[in-house]
Structure formats: C-alpha cells, structure tokens
Design a protein. Structure first.
Length: 109
C-alpha cells in the first residue's frame, strides 16, 4: 500500500503516452492512406476545400478506401493486446496459494 501513489502515477503516465502515440499513429496512417488513395493528392489550393460538408463524387471512393484501410491499425493493436493478456500468468505468491487450496481437494478424491 505504501507504493500505491507511485503505481497510480506510472499507470496514468502510461495511459497518457499510449493515448498520444495512438492518436499520432492513426493520424499518420490516415494521412498516408489519403495521399495514396485520393486523386491529385497534392491537396486543394487555399479556399477551395470541402466547405459544403459533402465530399465531391470523384473523391468519395478514395476517401472511403483510405478510412477502411486505417481501421486495420486499431484492430491489430487490439489483437496484440489480447494475445499479451492471454499470456499473463498469476503472480508466483498467488499461484502457490491456489496450489495449496487445490491440493487438499485432490487428496480427498
């Protein structure tokens, strides 16, 4: 309990760094996919953006493809997290307690 404050600080720092790195990586991936999938990827001149709130027909498919390809990154991160969580084991002191509790039940049968 005397290190709870330090543990909370490490947890919050890790969470913040993960959020920043995750946001930055998805933004970079989206930018690269948009540059690859949109025609004339040099960008629109100043004042000629999509101010009406609708994408022009000529870029809809490329934009849709870029966003679909960008969704692969969060799926892969979730898969890696799942595999990492499945590989965790119980701490050794808890494993010993579980073994001691299970042992008498095994001896009675």
């Amino acid at each position: 309990m005397h290190q709870a404050g330090a543990g909370a600080g490490v947890y919050n720092t890790t969470r913040q760094v993960g959020a920043v790195l995750g946001s930055a990586s998805i933004a970079v991936l989206m930018e690269s996919r948009l540059a690859h999938n949109l025609p004339g990827s040099g960008g629109a001149p100043a004042g000629e953006g999509f101010s009406s709130g609708r994408l022009p027909e000529m870029v809809r498919q490329g934009f849709s493809d870029a966003m679909a390809q960008s969704l692969v990154l969060p799926a892969l991160v979730l898969l890696v997290g799942l595999v990492a969580a499945l590989l965790f084991t119980a701490p050794s002191h808890l494993q010993k307690q579980q073994d001691e509790v299970a042992r008498p039940a095994d001896q009675t049968t």
